[in-house]
Design a protein around this ligand. Structure first.
Ligand code: 1GP
Length: 253
């Protein structure tokens, strides 16, 4: 089954997903096997692989290890058009619709298009929105864009609606990796009510309660990267929260 189809199916049945984001520059390749085995045994739903800056060969090694050691979909979350590897299952083709940097709206996509076309990767067209999160983030600096203020739900709603109308299959609200404040629940909820597309939410979600809040507010997929880098034990608590959430929703259906 295609990954988008599975995400849509889970959205329809109100099944919440957890994506574990792995930054190739931050993994210890020597310990990667046990790290991946732990993610698999705990029950992660998706792997996102990426970072704003990727400086070594770990990007390729990591994707190949994930494919070898698990059946969990491996999705590239690219920081630039250099981050393409056909061994992954899919790529978030991000268009930074909260910004006005033409390179990240369409420029890099034009350059990458022929490579993506022949890669065999499933292309997940994603309207990517940066939300102000209490401190300046790497992604905001690198992308040279201003995030949407966290109290401006109307801007977020109209941006997400426009992104969906332009054909994006997924909408991603991101506070940026290591965000001080996660995307506010009021904004998640307002966006959720204004679009049909599955909603991904990430950035600064580093406790079970923050993950629960994002899911309850309408996120279909919660992304956790930094929190797990700092505390690998967090995964079991977040998974427990996801399972409780899914059980409650399945009883309510
Ligand atoms: C960043 O949404 C992701 O782009 C995840 O953020 O690393 O803060 O979990 P964290």
């Amino acid at each position: 089954m295609k990954i988008l189809q599975k995400i849509l199916q889970d959205q329809a049945s109100k099944k919440k997903n957890l994506a574990v984001l792995i930054d190739p520059d931050k993994v210890d390749i020597k310990g990667i096997k046990s790290q991946i085995e732990s993610y698999v045994s705990h029950g992660a739903d998706l792997f996102f692989v990426g970072g704003s800056l990727i400086s070594g060969n770990n990007f390729y090694i990591l994707i190949e290890a994930l494919k070898k050691l698990s059946d969990i979909p491996v999705i590239i979350f690219p920081g630039s058009n250099l981050h393409i590897h056909s061994e992954a299952d899919a790529i978030l083709l991000l268009s930074l619709i909260s910004g006005r940097n033409a390179e990240l709206l369409i420029g890099q996509h034009v350059v990458a298009a022929p490579i993506l076309k022949s890669s065999g990767l499933e292309i997940l067209a994603t309207g990517y929105m940066l939300i102000e999160s209490g401190k300046s983030t790497t992604v905001s600096y690198i992308s040279n864009t201003i995030p949407i203020p966290s109290d401006k739900e109307d801007i977020a709603v109209c941006t997400a609606m426009a992104g969906e109308m332009l054909g994006h299959k997924l909408i991603y609200l991101d506070g940026g990796s290591g965000a001080k404040n996660p995307v506010p629940s009021k904004m998640i909820n307002a966006v959720r009510r204004s679009i049909e597309a599955p909603l991904i939410v990430g950035g600064g979600i580093d406790t079970p309660i923050k993950a629960q809040t994002a899911w309850e507010s309408g996120a279909d997929i919660v992304v956790i990267g930094n929190g797990l880098e700092k505390d690998p034990q967090l995964l079991s608590q977040i998974i427990e929260t996801r399972n409780r959430q899914n059980l409650a929703l399945s009883i309510a259906v």
